[in-house]
Design a protein around this ligand. Structure first.
Ligand code: SAH
Length: 465
């Protein structure tokens, strides 16, 4: 069966809902959001509908449906749990040409209610013609992830400028090119980043200058790609990955994540393995500036979170000095990702009230860390870049007063299909790791919370291999 998709104006119009249960309540909610005046006919109401009645949001007729309930109705929904009664409502409504929907009974419907992705004033309605509401909901969930929450604000902004743009560009083609440039360029991005005022000003400026390509200077997205599992990307990261012209990525970014970058975007590997700095940090900073000045949308993709041991701050410092627009997208940092996937809560009421993140990077064979802070009790220590320095790390912690029996874990390639977790005491961990063929990246967690893994481990990648 094919339906014609339409959007219907119900502001202040009377709609009839027959039935007072949870399903009816859902439909009533949607009608009210569209501004309808709703009458519910049902002997009894569920809690949500009683509350609405008490608040005066709906009119309630506490009895069974009667033919005259349809008088004056613009639309009718039958949502009782009695198929015969629903059928009778539908037949009477159809006799009077009143659009009617019978819940879960497409045969008796003259209209169906789609699943909706609501970014008012933008609304995306999805229908499977009644064949599979579950599939419609699944599609809706996918679209929810693809369409930024700020689309509503974008549409509202474009609506507000519509007349002025029409005046400015008489030619339909020029108008279309202008709006396309707005949608694909910095104006939209500013709005998505919550900089509504800047977006408005940029749009006004572009219009004043009469240019079809507002703000053709490029921009940089500094994006955290998380610790490895592509499912841990944020919606915003994914969206920017799909619109960038060029991507500069680190060694730590997993191939499965790079696969999600726009297919035709240029890919540049900028390092850095521990001893092989592909491009020095300064060269990366300069490259970002040059590419953005060429007008490119540059994705700077970093493992984990860009602001945690990622030198993200330095990179955008250079951008800001050159006045280049940028935005920063947080990612799940290795400590969070590895801890979660290893079943080790970083804090816990009984074991750790604080958590510190440090790097265990060796400089001339030693680690420059504030050891007194690290050996505090009831604290978890997460150590990044600590593989080659592991023996030094454990030895120093013990020397500075941490009990040698403190539980410790090393997580190799956390959150990925190759994750391995080694647990031991602080004293025993280096030996255990030395006996295995362990590869970076690894994260070390030291503290009583490591004990919880015994009960809380849930992720067993070996099972699915
Ligand atoms: N910005 C990143 C950290 C960069 S430093 C973040 O927020 O996660 C690089 C270090 O991160 C590695 O040496 C390692 O200690 C840690 N790391 C990153 N990904 C990891 C992973 N999947 N498993 C274990 N450790 C990881």
């Amino acid at each position: 069966m094919t339906f014609l998709p339409i959007f219907i104006q119900l502001q202040d119009r009377r709609c009839l809902v027959v039935g007072g249960g949870a399903v009816a309540a859902r439909k009533v909610g949607r009608l009210l959001r569209a501004g309808a005046r709703v009458t519910v006919v049902a002997p009894t109401l569920c809690r949500e509908l009683s509350e609405r009645r008490d608040l005066g949001e709906i009119e309630h007729k506490a009895r069974a449906f009667a033919r005259q309930d349809l008088d004056g109705a613009w639309l009718c929904i039958a949502a009782t749990d009695d198929g015969t009664e629903n059928g009778a409502v539908s037949a009477l409504a159809q006799e009077r040409h009143i659009p009617v929907n019978v819940v879960d009974d497409p045969e008796r419907c003259t209209f169906i209610m789609p699943s909706v992705v609501d970014r008012s004033p933008v609304q995306i309605a999805i229908s499977t013609g009644g064949a599979s509401p579950v599939l419609a909901r699944l599609l809706r969930a996918r679209l929810e992830t693809l369409v930024p929450a700020a689309y509503g604000r974008l549409a509202a902004l474009m609506g507000a400028f519509r007349e002025r743009v029409k005046q400015r560009f008489r030619d339909v083609g020029a108008r279309r090119r202008f709006w396309e440039a707005v949608l694909h360029g910095p104006v939209a991005e500013m709005l998505f980043a919550g900089r509504d005022e800047a977006a408005l000003a940029a749009l006004a400026k572009a219009l004043d200058e009469g240019s079809e390509a507002p703000l053709s200077v490029g921009e940089v997205y500094l994006v955290g790609a998380g610790p490895g599992d592509p499912d841990l990307l944020t919606f915003r990261a994914l969206r920017l990955m799909q619109q960038a012209d060029i991507v500069l990525y680190d060694r730590l970014v997993a191939p499965a994540i790079l696969d999600l970058v726009r297919k035709d975007a240029e890919r540049v590997h900028v390092g850095k393995a521990r001893d092989e700095h592909r491009l020095a940090q300064k060269a990366i900073n300069d490259l970002l500036v040059d590419l953005a000045l060429e007008g490119k949308r540059v994705l700077r993709l970093k493992g984990g979170d860009p602001f945690i041991f990622g030198r993200g701050g330095e990179e955008i410092d250079t951008l800001s000095a050159h006045g280049i627009p940028f935005q920063v997208v947080p990612g799940i940092t290795a400590a969070s990702g590895c801890a979660a996937y290893a079943g080790i809560p970083l804090t816990h009421r009984d074991f750790a009230h604080s958590c510190v993140f440090v790097t265990g990077h060796l400089q001339d064979g030693s680690m420059d860390l504030n050891w007194d802070v690290l050996v505090q009790p009831r604290q978890t220590v997460a150590v990044y870049m600590g593989l080659s320095g592991l023996p030094v790390l454990c030895r120093e912690l013990i020397t500075r007063g941490m009990p040698p029996t403190t539980p410790a874990a090393l997580i190799e390639q956390g959150t990925t299909a190759r994750q391995r977790v080694f647990t031991a005491t602080l004293e025993g961990l280096p030996q255990i790791v030395a006996e295995q063929d362990v590869h970076a990246p690894t994260l070390v967690i030291v503290g009583e919370v490591v004990r919880l893994r015994e009960k809380l481990a849930w992720f067993a990648p070996g099972d699915s291999r």
